[in-house]
Write a protein that binds this ligand. Structure first.
Ligand SMILES: [Zn+2]
Ligand SMILES: [Zn+2]
Length: 146
């Protein structure tokens, strides 16, 4: 049963890479699946911890993260600590349509739906051409219970 779902994951990853115009190398597939399985944004160090034992070196992991980011399959966030965190980009999720809250302790990102961003007219008056993302930083309830 486990074998079958693993094969499906690999097939799905190949499909995603092909659609993005990237070659399906074993390292690229492994990085993509590791990101899909993570339930929060992951750092290069965290991903390496999981992938190095599988036979991929840290530089390979980093290069593939960069490739995936370049084709916009993966998004990269920095919380002000100079550490990049990587997560799968959901094509159905328009990151520019609402702000996001990011916990600076654990890196978890959540949607702040229902909060609107400046419309075309407001943006023009603010001298803004395009907003790519709004990040609100703080501490989540898990890291800092109230
Ligand atoms: Zn947190
Ligand atoms: Zn969102």
């Amino acid at each position: 049963m486990k074998k079958k779902s693993e094969a499906n994951d690999i097939e799905a990853a190949r499909e995603i890479l092909r659609a993005a115009g990237l070659r399906s190398t074993p390292a690229r597939i492994a990085v993509l699946i590791a990101l899909q399985k993570g339930n929060k944004p992951q750092t290069h160090a965290e991903l390496s911890e999981r992938l190095v034992p599988l036979g991929f070196d840290k530089a390979t992991v980093f290069r593939n993260l960069t490739d995936l980011t370049d084709v916009e399959l993966v998004s990269r966030t920095e919380l002000g600590d100079h550490v990049w965190r990587f997560e799968i980009r959901d094509p159905n999720h328009d990151r520019s349509s609402h702000p996001h809250f990011v916990c600076v302790d654990c890196g978890t990102v959540s949607c702040m739906e229902g909060m609107s961003l400046p419309d075309d007219k407001q943006r023009k008056s603010l001298n803004i051409s395009r907003i790519s993302e709004i990040l609100v930083k703080g501490h989540c309830l898990v890291c800092e219970p109230v």
